[in-house]
Write a protein that binds this ligand. Structure first.
Ligand code: SF4
Length: 62
């Protein structure tokens, strides 16, 4: 996504299985490389992770 990924927009590199299509490749953005997943962020399921991320997105929106 050359112009950046807007908040709430699915990344063009995200596969149907919710994995990163460019994981481990040099073109993967540094923000993704540096992000350290945590239990607080990921929860116990992808549904829980999406809920948490949406809460954080809302709480930090300008
Ligand atoms: S890790 Fe980064 S590049 Fe890969 S799918 Fe997620 S947001 Fe996109």
């Amino acid at each position: 996504m050359p112009l950046g990924k807007p908040a709430g927009v699915r990344c063009s590199q995200l596969t149907a299985e919710n994995t990163c299509a460019i994981f481990g490749q040099p073109e993967r953005p540094q923000v993704c490389v540096r992000l350290m997943p945590s239990q607080e962020m990921c929860g116990a399921s992808s549904a829980e992770a999406f809920r948490t991320l949406m809460l954080w997105e809302t709480a930090t929106a300008p």
